[in-house]
Design a protein around this ligand. Sequence first.
Ligand SMILES: Cc1cc2nc3c(=O)[nH]c(=O)nc-3n(C[C@H](O)[C@H](O)[C@H](O)COP(=O)(O)OP(=O)(O)OC[C@H]3O[C@@H](n4cnc5c(N)ncnc54)[C@H](O)[C@@H]3O)c2cc1C
Ligand SMILES: NC(=O)c1ccc[n+]([C@@H]2O[C@H](COP(=O)([O-])OP(=O)(O)OC[C@H]3O[C@@H](n4cnc5c(N)ncnc54)[C@H](O)[C@@H]3O)[C@@H](O)[C@H]2O)c1
Length: 445
Amino acid sequence: MTTNSYDFDVLYLGSGHGTFDGAIPLAAQGIKVAVVESGLIGGTCPNRGCNAKITLESPVALAQQVDEMQELVGNSLKLDWAATVAHKTEVIAELPNFIATLMENNGITIIRGRGHFIDTHTIIVNGQKISAAKFVIATGLHPHQLDLPGRQIINDSSAFMNLKQLPKRIAIIGAGYIGMEFATIATAFGSEVTVLMRSDTALRSFHQPFVKKIIDKLRADGVTFIKNAKINSFSDDQGDKIIHYNDVEKVKVDWILDATGRIPNTTGLGLEKIGVDYDDSGIIVNEFLQTTVPHIYASGDVIKKKQPKLTPTAIFESLYLMKTFTGNTKEAIVYPAIPSTVFTIPRIAKVGISPKDAANNSELTIVSNDILDNWYRHVEKESFGENKLIFDQQKRLVGATEISNHAEDVINTLLPAIEFKLTPTQIAKVVHIFPTIGSASWELL
Ligand SMILES: Cc1cc2nc3c(=O)[nH]c(=O)nc-3n(C[C@H](O)[C@H](O)[C@H](O)COP(=O)(O)OP(=O)(O)OC[C@H]3O[C@@H](n4cnc5c(N)ncnc54)[C@H](O)[C@@H]3O)c2cc1C
Ligand SMILES: NC(=O)c1ccc[n+]([C@@H]2O[C@H](COP(=O)([O-])OP(=O)(O)OC[C@H]3O[C@@H](n4cnc5c(N)ncnc54)[C@H](O)[C@@H]3O)[C@@H](O)[C@H]2O)c1
């Protein structure tokens, strides 16, 4: 790669996981790299996504464990919202500096400001023109906001995670990842939570019988679900925040979270001017992650794709681009099986072929396990535990989903079996530390 005629070899727009995991090793190999960032370095995941959320959720998971082992350990835990938010701030506060230092120590130039293209080799940031041989658009998503009368009173997930005090009554609109995870957190910390659902389906991409169990558990914990709610408007009545829905109905609360999805950051980038195609789902790329302008690539959540828009996907894409830019691969991207978890209590985690798709394929076998039969799950007196494992005709694992307190660890354990298509003989050669969730999961194969 040459820098002769351009300021940089590769310029990334955005500094999230779609950028930094690959940009750092790229720069370390002597490639001249710039990263333009208009917000916090590190993007959504560390600052207002995964890391922040899991820190708030961690006491909730502990409280569940204590509740289940109550006969052994005595009282329930008392969760402290203000202390937990302060702890979350402490955990994540240094991450932007940490990531910026890693980038700079490896030779990356960080440019603070919002970038947009003026031609296919030039962007403008803070009035300054910067050119590059290649670009990576990794600008992520932003929260969708319901465009309805009174919308000024509704909030997004970042605002929730920064609340100094937890409102007594919270309404959450949407029952996707954020709606269900934040309902779990808010109710555990003592709020009265109402979830308004557009249809009668929550967590659409997860195994629905497991989702039903999560809804039943949240209901038992005091959460109200209102199905088939068509929101009309919002109003404020002397501090009461009111959601008007289905023409005549209303819910009165203290705080409203709009969790109706996230949309790609594609506007204002000058994409139309330079011929980079996109639609409402994101930037259109080919199997090399090239946009419709071949030296302009895209990475992470901003891409229109069928893979889940999650951190592991963004990391995989940024590493793939690093290998492409250094000439280490000329192959198209081949995604691994990407796992995901909804961090409710209990969790649902999944990877690979779903039970629903397997049911329509006569070559696949679905094995249902009531994992509470396993002695190890009695140690913590777990009250939820079921999984479905999908096998092909060679008895190789091709899909798995579980509902349990440890579902994310179980799916992580099973990943190599799926990714490397391990045969029963190969599976038998892997031994895990005993007794652990790893050994309890592997023995189901
Ligand atoms: C509440 C929440 C919880 C989540 N929890 C999980 C989880 O548990 N597990 C998981 O895998 N995923 C989770 N995610 C998703 C995860 O955060 C994203 O998949 C991941 O951050 C995507 O990385 P990215 O680099 O594509 O985008 P981002 O991290 O969003 O980075 C994009 C960056 O681009 C910057 N930018 C935008 N436009 C411009 C411009 N014109 N010029 C310069 N900079 C610009 C933005 O400021 C931003 O910093 C969660 C998301 C949210 C919102
Ligand atoms: N654990 C995780 O990995 C995790 C956690 C949080 C967020 N995320 C990421 O962030 C993305 C965004 O999360 P999200 O929960 O905002 O989106 P989502 O797409 O998961 O859920 C959006 C929900 O809002 C509902 N909805 C949409 N319009 C509505 C309307 N007008 N009225 C009522 N409901 C409406 C949808 O039916 C859906 O249930 C996820 O897709 C995921 O990629 C991941």
